[in-house]
Design a protein around this ligand. Structure first.
Ligand SMILES: Nc1nc2c(c(=O)[nH]1)N[C@H]1C(S)=C(S)[C@@H](COP(=O)(O)O)O[C@H]1N2
Ligand SMILES: [Mo]
Length: 215
């Protein structure tokens, strides 16, 4: 075995111009591509509601209509987006409602360990409660000061900067508090249950014991 190649932080593998700090295997994408499965849903404000259900602390369901939800505390987070298909977009300023604010308004029961985030057409993504509760996890309504477009998730999408972007449903409609882990849409279809891009957790076959429910 030879010496590992030395690499300065910020220096590209080719020794070329400095690259932003990207997770392993990712490349920078110019612009903002659209990536999703299935059609773009039409937004019907009068029918839209956001629901928190499952193992809530008070045992009840919590609902907000569009007007109520978008009146919740607004904040911004500057964060990158890493798609498991290997493109990354960096430095976006996302605006919206922090997931932590939702946890305060609709607290989970003490035994909740995971949440399932639900979107239109049954798309779902499971995350650990700790990922959901992270200070940078945001239900985004805006990017770089502008309302999201329909294809990027208007009226609401989840951003979890420290996980691959499939963990952030576009057209999100609710959150289910869970007392045990369960796989979401892509996690059932071969993607990693945790999905940390810095550990390159792309596929379910990479999972270590304890990282996900039985497949
Ligand atoms: N509802 C829904 N949300 C989704 C997806 C999807 O198929 N359906 N794809 C995910 C994936 S794989 C990525 S990379 C991002 C892409 O977001 P963008 O199209 O705004 O770039 O959305 C995520 N959210
Ligand atoms: Mo993706």
């Amino acid at each position: 075995m030879g010496q590992p190649l030395g690499q300065e932080p910020g220096e590209g593998a080719s020794g070329g111009p400095a690259q932003p700090d990207l997770p392993p295997g990712q490349r920078l994408q110019r612009g903002w591509p659209v990536t999703h499965y299935g059609p773009v849903p039409r937004f019907r404000p009068e029918r839209w509601e956001f629901r928190v259900f499952g193992a809530t602390a008070d045992g009840g369901k919590h609902r907000w209509n569009h007007e109520e939800f978008t009146a919740l505390p607004y904040t911004t987070v500057v964060a990158d987006l890493h798609c498991v298909t290997k493109f990354s977009m960096i430095g976006a300023e996302w605006g919206g409602i922090p997931a932590a604010a939702l946890l305060d308004l609709a607290p989970p029961a003490p035994e909740v360990t995971h949440v399932m985030v639900w979107a239109e057409y049954g798309y779902s993504a499971n995350v650990r409660l700790s990922d959901f509760a992270a200070a940078t996890t945001l239900f985004a309504t805006h990017k770089d000061g502008e309302l999201l477009t329909a294809e990027h998730g208007f009226p609401l999408r989840l951003i979890i900067p420290h996980l691959y972007a499939w963990k952030g449903p576009k057209w999100v409609r609710g959150v289910e508090y869970m007392t045990a882990d369960r796989r979401g849409f892509w996690e059932e279809r071969g993607y990693h249950n945790i999905g940390d891009p810095w550990r390159e957790q792309r596929y379910s076959y990479q999972e270590e014991p304890g990282e996900g429910p039985e497949l």
